[in-house]
Design a protein around this ligand. Structure first.
Ligand SMILES: Nc1nc2c(ncn2[C@@H]2O[C@H](COP(=O)(O)OP(=O)(O)OP(=O)(O)O)[C@@H](O)[C@H]2O)c(=O)[nH]1
Length: 504
């Protein structure tokens, strides 16, 4: 079976198809990666913007509550806490709570924690808030700035509330009580619910101490609890004013993109988180669709490419076969040509080739005016050789003699040929009689040098006789026969004169 190597065109086509497939896949991977980068950047911008808006909102809300407290303190300082003043104050507080939707209530406590006046329709003066964190804080801290305490459940409404408080100082600077504005968590909840953060997103409002003030989704049991161990606080919000962080939740295992920011005025921070899975859900669906599309495209391309390569292969195999057949035919032709022009026994030129060559050289000699020599060579007493050693040995002898004659071919145009039977000839173009004589003598000696036994010959070895025909200034009317007969006659003379010699 003949194996054909894959053609370079087929290899080129296969390489092109492979490269094209790789390029399509590579481009799609690059495009998908780019889309992922863009979505990730957009999600980061989104949570950062939301965190900024929520921080501003919380700051404004608490600032409004604190502004009310500043006014209240001023009023207490000027009007005092007499019954008439408290009555006027009560009406004012009720109006203020009505006007400011974020405010749940406004309260004034004396130095023992007793309720003096508040925004509620009816004052319950049996209550005491001396145990509240903010009360203890202001009692123990003489500073007159606002204080944001941990969220508490309102004793008046039972709701979760955020507290903004300030210390009331007596005229001598001693502790005179606390003014309190409470912010309803529902106010934060309504605002936070207006943001689209997906199903697994989260919003958190916390104190800088790590206490949770409010969170969405709302889990009441977490309000007021510490989140000091949560990564968003421990590793990020407790260290930086604002930032971005991708964190896997230790509670639900969801990976979230978190944006956080501290409030400008109050010691709180907000954090907004979007679920990584939800942010990239659209990207993922798009990537899968693209992947399927690209796989179909590449498969189609590969199948078509394979067919194309196979066709190129088939064509190239057919071409190879045709080329091989042509080469074989050419080889056969050469063999036939050689056989047609060569003598089968001695491998010298045969008579046909000799006739053609001699006619050609005669023509050339006529045209060029150069001489042309021909040597006829005949094995001496060859009939006796055959009789003595047999016909097969005779053939072998002729082969050996042929080799010696071939040594007379010195130039490209010289031609040694078997003329017929045991008779040989050599054409020597552009060779004069002296040159032909030298070559003839060399052939004669070469045959002798082979020392082929021939007991019926005088010296006991095979010898040859040679006759030279030579034409100088060949005339157009001179024929090849003239030259052959000239050489033949010289050969007869050599035979007559005793053989093993050159006749002229
Ligand atoms: N073995 C063999 N013998 C051949 C071949 N061609 C011719 N002969 C023989 O060569 C012999 C030629 O003999 P002759 O022409 O009588 O001449 P000769 O015996 O060589 O004697 P001279 O030429 O006078 O020396 C014949 O017996 C042919 O049969 C050949 O191809 N092979």
């Amino acid at each position: 079976m003949v194996h054909y190597k894959r053609s370079s065109t087929a290899l080129l086509a296969a390489t092109f198809v492979l490269l094209a497939c790789a390029a399509i896949i590579g481009l799609d991977i690059w495009r998908t990666w780019q889309a992922h980068q863009i979505d990730e950047r957009d999600a980061g911008i989104s949570v950062t913007n939301m965190a900024r808006a929520l921080a501003q909102h919380a700051d404004d809300t608490l600032k409004e509550a604190d502004t009310v407290l500043v006014g209240l303190l001023e009023r207490l300082r000027i009007d005092g806490t007499g019954p008439a003043a408290l009555e006027r104050l009560h009406r004012l507080l009720a109006v203020q709570v009505k006007e400011l939707p974020q405010l749940n209530g406004i309260f004034v406590y004396d130095s023992q924690g007793r309720w003096i006046v508040n925004s509620q329709p009816k004052l319950d003066n049996t209550q005491n808030n001396a145990d509240r964190e903010y009360f203890i804080y202001h009692r123990d801290h003489p500073g007159d700035g606002p204080h944001i305490g941990p969220p508490v459940r309102s004793r008046s409404t039972g709701k979760w509330i955020a507290t903004v408080t300030r210390r009331v100082n007596n005229a001598d600077g001693s502790f005179g009580g606390v003014v309190l504005a409470t912010v309803d968590m529902a106010y934060f909840q309504r605002f936070y619910d207006s943001f689209n953060i997906g199903k697994s997103g989260a919003i958190l409002l916390g104190l800088n101490s790590g206490t949770i003030v409010f969170r969405r989704p709302l889990r009441e049991d977490s309000i007021g609890k510490s989140m000091a161990d949560a990564a968003i606080f421990r590793d990020h919000a407790s260290k930086n004013a604002s930032g971005l962080a991708i964190i896997k939740s230790s509670q639900d295992g969801v990976v979230r993109i978190n944006g956080y920011r501290h409030l400008e005025t109050f010691p709180l921070f907000v954090s907004v988180a979007l679920s990584h899975d939800e942010v990239f859900a659209e990207w993922r669906a798009d990537a899968y669709m693209h992947m399927v599309g690209v796989l179909l495209l590449v498969t189609g391309f590969a199948v078509m490419g394979r067919r194309m390569v196979a066709q190129i292969d088939h064509r190239s195999i057919a071409e190879n076969e045709a080329n091989e057949a042509r080469a074989q035919v050419e080889k056969l032709n050469q063999i036939l040509e050689r056989l047609a022009l060569q003598d089968g026994l001695t491998r010298l030129a045969n008579r046909r080739q000799f006739d053609v060559a001699l006619a050609r050289e005669m023509g050339r000699a006529v045209r060029s005016g150069r001489s042309l020599a021909l040597i006829m060579i005949d094995v001496d007493r060859f009939k006796l050789y055959n009789d003595l050693y047999g016909h097969l040995a005779g053939d072998e002898c002729l082969r050996k003699v042929g080799k010696s004659i071939l040594s007379g071919e010195r130039r490209a145009d010289d031609l040694a040929a078997r003329y017929g039977g045991e008779e040989f000839t050599i054409i020597l173009p552009d060779c004069d009689a002296a040159g032909a004589l030298a070559i003839a003598e060399q052939i004669r000696l070469a045959v002798r040098a082979q020392q082929i036994e021939h007991t019926a010959n005088p010296d006991g070895i095979v010898t040859v006789s040679l006759g030279i025909g030579c034409l100088t200034k060949v005339k157009r009317e001179t024929s090849v026969r003239d030259l052959i007969s000239m050489a033949d006659q010289a050969l007869y003379r050599a035979k007559d004169e005793g053989r093993d010699r050159v006749g002229m």
